[in-house]
Every structure is written in C-alpha cells, then in structure tokens.
Ligand binder design. Structure first.
Ligand code: 6PG
Length: 256
C-alpha cells in the first residue's frame, strides 16, 4: 500500500445528500471510537461547505451523538479574535457547537487573537504533539480529520506552493499570507499533523471544485506542493464525500 493513494470515494447527487451521508458516517465513527477507547477526537476546519453537515448534527443528532465524550480540534484558524466574523471557531461555535451538549473545555480552539501568531501555533502544537519521525507511519492522534478543499486546491490553510505544505517537523504553523480571502494571516495544522488520524474525510461540493479534485487525485504517491490536499497521507484510505458537480473532476483512472 502506498500511503495516501488509497481512496474511498462517494458521489452524491447534491451537497445536502453528501452532508447527510457524511453525518451518518461521522456518527458511526464517533460511536466506534467511544466504544474502543472512550473518546472521540475530531478535527474540523472552516469554510461554508460543512455548514449543512453541522446543521444536521445539531438538529438530528443532538441526542444521539456522543457529545460528552467528544473533543473538537481545529485544522486551521484565521488570525482574528474568536468573535470575529472570519473566525473558524466562531463559525463552528454558532453553527453547532453552542447548540449541542459538548462541554466547552472539550472544544480546543486555535488562539487567532494571540500575537505573535507563531506563539499560538506553538501552543497548539503542544496539544497536537509532534509528527511521527520521518519514515514512520503517521500516529492516530485523532479519530477523524474532516477537511474541505478550495477552488485553488488549498486545504485547511495550506495554500498551493506555500512552505507550510512541505513542513515535516512541526504540527502547527502560522502563515503570513493566505491565497484566498479573507487575506489575513492564518494558523494551520501541517500535512503530517492532518495525517495523524484514524481516518481523514473530505467533504467537497460544487463545479468550482472539480479542477482541485482532479489535480489532487492526479498527484503522485508522494503528493504535490501544487495540490496541498494530496500531501495528506494517513495510514488508512482517505474518504471523499463529493457531490456530482465536484465529482466531474475525479479522473477515470480512479474509477474502479
Ligand atoms: C478555511 C478552511 C478552508 C476550507 C476551504 C473550502 O479556513 O478557509 O479551513 O480550508 O475548507 O476553503 O471552503 P468552502 O467550503 O467555503 O468552499
């Protein structure tokens, strides 16, 4: 098995149905994690795509999700205070975390307001722990990492060509410039940290994402700096939840 080449791809008619499938999958993973080791540790990121999924979790799984045993981490954050409109923590908090019975101390936000930003990255690295030594398989630090992808191919706040995409030593870094709005400095987990998971899932919808899907899927076994999502290579197959429009980017060679 070449790490990161194994994929499980689900194509749904639209974002609503992809979100529903992703929600059901997450609930299953959460329950299994709690059964196996008493906790579910889950990494989320920003963007608009997961909002429908969050609404489903809030409305339909308020009572059946193991919120009391769940720890939430952030894959990335914008360098703004938590109550700022651009805050990923703020968005997730108002979309679902404040509406479900998860203890606040189990929601581990990146401190976007802290200066220098490198200090916030260093603090969060202590939570996450260091990447596995080079050549070793990634550790399963988290149960599930849920990511999105931008039209330019960025994931978390790993933008194409940015040095953060090749980072191997650190788990969390600060970046001065983002490739897309909002153009504020960011904090982001690095590829080895985002690969430290029992499972990595991507939820992606829309025709504007098809090129990013295509580039990511066509990257070689080591991934490419041009397509940051291709650098996320956990020890287990990556699970892709796509809508039909985004799935037009899946190369024929990926069909079985
Ligand atoms: C961020 C996100 C980012 C997001 C993609 C997709 O902080 O901007 O973590 O990586 O997942 O940009 O965003 P949309 O879902 O809004 O297209």
């Amino acid at each position: 098995l070449v790490r990161g080449l194994e994929r499980r791809v689900e194509v749904h008619p639209d974002l609503a149905r992809a979100s529903r499938a992703a929600a059901a999958h997450l609930v299953g993973r959460a329950a299994a994690s709690v059964r196996e080791h008493g906790r579910f540790s889950w990494v989320i990121s920003g963007g608009r795509t997961p909002l429908a999924l969050y609404e489903i979790l809030r409305e339909e799984y308020r009572n059946s999700f193991p919120w009391g045993a769940t720890e939430v981490f952030f894959a990335d954050e914008r360098c703004v205070p938590p109550d700022h409109a651009d805050s990923n923590f703020g968005a997730a908090w108002s979309a679902f975390l404040s509406h479900v019975p998860i203890p606040r101390r189990q929601v581990h936000r990146l401190r976007g307001e802290l200066r220098p930003a490198a200090e916030a990255a260093a603090q969060y690295s202590r939570w996450v722990g260091p990447p596995a030594p080079r050549g070793d398989p990634p550790r399963a630090r988290f149960d599930v990492v849920l990511l999105g992808i931008g039209p330019d191919g960025h994931t978390a706040s790993l933008f194409p060509g940015s040095p953060a995409v090749k980072e191997l030593r650190r788990s969390v870094v600060s970046i001065r410039r983002s490739g897309l709005p909002p153009f504020v400095p960011r904090l982001t987990m690095t590829p080895p940290a985002l690969s430290s998971a029992g499972e990595v899932c991507f939820l992606v919808a829309g025709a504007d994402k098809a090129a990013a899907i295509s580039g990511t899927f066509r990257s070689g076994p080591l991934g490419s700096l041009r397509w940051p999502a291709s650098r996320i290579r956990p020890a287990t197959p990556v699970h892709w939840f796509l809508d039909r429009a985004a799935a037009t980017g899946v190369p024929r060679s990926a069909h079985r």
